[in-house]
Design a protein around this ligand. Structure first.
Ligand code: HEM
Length: 526
């Protein structure tokens, strides 16, 4: 039965729109851009909102205080992830880091990612990022044939954001493939990048569309229906998608193993961990391995299965899935942030001009491209980057966390199993924190009026990467690589509105997609 009918009176839940009997607030949730709806609720219900879908509680945390009090300070019970039958179990995504239940495995995975992309190691990749950003720029300006060389920052091709998304995903995907797997993308039809593209499309537009909640997640009994049963097409799809996801995880990983065996592996996240594991094998230091589950065994290639210890199997799976998670989590997110940047530049030629003037002064007549050494001398460009993160809000409702114990916060009851959404949108659009919040205003980051602690809380980086023990492990990488792409584009390109036949500028028609990421579509010119 429903817990609140017996033990806890409904009035003790955080406030929220009134649910219908049984189905709850389903109809309150089905609007486009759910974050806009959730934002409206904050006006009526304040710092926390509660809604439910059938018996599943959804809790939106709408203020920095509520978010940090729960997701940070009570991280021990607010760091689990929803158990998704369809996405996790049936489609095999349960080992991806963003879906991993909170516990030993999640902690091991995060430790590995910390090694790869923790704040202390990012500067090691600066050279590589600078190197990889060059082909990105040249692909950008050479893809359409009409480049006009006599203009320094030159204009004049028509783009749809999709064309650019493609190039950005090649850049960030290529970079991650190199760092994580030691694979260098050389051609336009790289098999690993093509596979990633196909799989990310399946993941975000098929498996996780609608927040990843399928009827079978609400009625788990559906999964026991036989596959031929009418209406069970989700199970047939799941079989196909699961095979694809496994290929996505296994192929680049097996590539590294092959390269190691041949003695030709380029040093990478995976190769270094595998080599370290091999050399510590002799001294046998691993402890506390989980018992190998069916899943673990199934993941293993036949030739090695027989002589692997449970510890080896565990480590092998940790590396395999962590590598894929970093690779797959980096692509759509970075594309989204850069699309927001371009949109802001198209809509604010004055900001573009000021950023370019600053760059010109620093880069001088040499007309070289910017590097990380220049960052400290480019405060306005940095402000443009910070404001892009605040204004764009790439993941407006964060990824849901799941609370593992009944909890009470300021007199409100939060039931075990509730999904908790950090309402990042509500915070970054809060006029008391960021006056005139809809406006794109880099100036707001130029004068320091707060002490260090307040400043840190005010910085959009405290929000856009999520919270507590699940906070995005790629955040330091993003701060470097996205900054570099932005200033490289500012240094070499003009970004303009489209024009009609008679040369008159057209306001971009902007369309946001209703999904986990705040993807945006529009046209512009470079
Ligand atoms: C601008 C780009 C990015 C944004 C805005 C972003 C944002 C986020 C957010 C909001 C979360 C959810 C955090 C939470 O549950 O509280 C997350 C998780 C994650 N991100 Fe990112 N991310 C970006 C790029 C990257 C990159 C480049 C990587 C590569 C290392 C990455 C890897 C991950 C992983 C593995 C998770 C799951 C962490 C976990 O559940 O423990 N992200 N990211």
């Amino acid at each position: 039965g429903y817990r609140w009918h017996t033990r806890t009176p409904r009035s003790h839940f955080p406030p929220g729109p009134k649910p219908l009997p049984i189905i709850g607030n389903i109809f309150d949730l089905t609007t486009t851009e759910l974050w806009l709806t959730a934002f409206k609720w904050t006006r009526t219900y304040g710092q926390i909102t509660h809604v439910r879908v059938f018996s599943q509680s959804l809790v939106f945390l709408n203020t920095p205080k509520a978010i940090f009090d729960l997701l940070d300070k009570r991280g021990a019970v607010y760091s689990d992830k929803p158990h998704l039958v369809m996405a996790g179990e049936l489609c095999g995504c349960e080992n991806m880091v963003a879906f991993t239940p909170y516990g030993d495995r999640a902690r091991r995975q995060r430790k590995l990612m910390q090694k790869a992309f923790g704040s202390g190691v990012i500067s090691r990749y600066h050279g590589l990022m600078e190197m990889e950003s060059r082909p990105f720029l040249s692909r950008l300006i050479s893809s359409p044939a009409r480049f006009q060389e006599h203009l320094r920052r030159s204009v004049l091709f028509k783009y749809r954001i999709d064309d650019l998304s493609y190039l950005i995903s090649r850049y960030i995907g290529g970079f991650t493939l190199l760092v994580v797997y030691g694979h260098q993308v050389k051609s336009n039809d790289d098999p690993f990048l093509d596979l990633a593209e196909e799989c990310l499309d399946i993941l975000s537009n098929r498996i996780a569309s609608g927040g990843g909640i399928w009827p079978v997640d609400i009625f788990p009994a559906l999964k026991r229906l036989p596959i031929w049963f009418p209406g069970v097409s989700f199970k047939r799809n799941a079989v196909i998608w699961k095979a694809k996801m496994e290929e996505f995880v296994d192929r680049p990983y097996e590539f590294v193993k092959d390269e190691i065996n041949k003695g030709t592996a380029r040093p990478s996240f995976v190769s270094v961990l595998l080599e370290t594991a091999k050399s510590s094998d002799a001294s046998d230091t691993t402890q506390n391995a989980e018992k190998p589950t069916k899943q673990n065994k199934a993941n293993h290639t036949n030739d090695t299965k027989s002589n692997l210890s449970p510890q080896d199997v565990q480590l092998d799976n940790d590396i395999r899935w962590t590598a894929n998670s970093m690779y797959s989590a980096s692509i759509d997110t970075v594309v989204t942030v850069l699309s927001h940047f371009i949109l802001a530049m198209v809509q604010h030629p004055d900001v573009l001009a000021r950023a370019q003037t600053e760059l010109d002064a620093v880069l001088g007549v040499a007309q070289r491209l910017p590097t990380f050494e220049d960052r400290a001398s480019l405060p306005y460009c940095d402000a443009v980057f910070t404001e892009t993160l605040r204004w764009g809000v790439p993941v407006p409702l964060n990824l849901p966390h799941r609370v593992t114990e009944d909890d009470v916060y300021e007199g409100m009851f939060i039931p075990k199993g509730a999904l908790i959404f950090g309402n990042i949108w509500a915070i970054l659009r809060d006029a008391t924190l960021y006056p005139d919040p809809d406006a794109f205003k880099p100036e707001r980051w130029l004068q320091r009026t707060m002490d260090d602690e307040q400043e840190k809380r005010h910085d959009p980086r405290a929000y856009v990467f999520g919270f507590g023990r699940r906070r995005c492990p790629g955040n330091h990488l993003v701060d470097a690589s996205v900054w570099l792409l932005m200033v490289s584009m500012l240094a070499t390109l003009d970004i303009r509105k489209e024009r009609d036949e008679s040369g008159v500028e057209i306001e971009p028609v902007v369309k946001f997609e209703n999904s986990v990421f705040r993807s945006v579509f529009f046209s512009f010119r470079l």
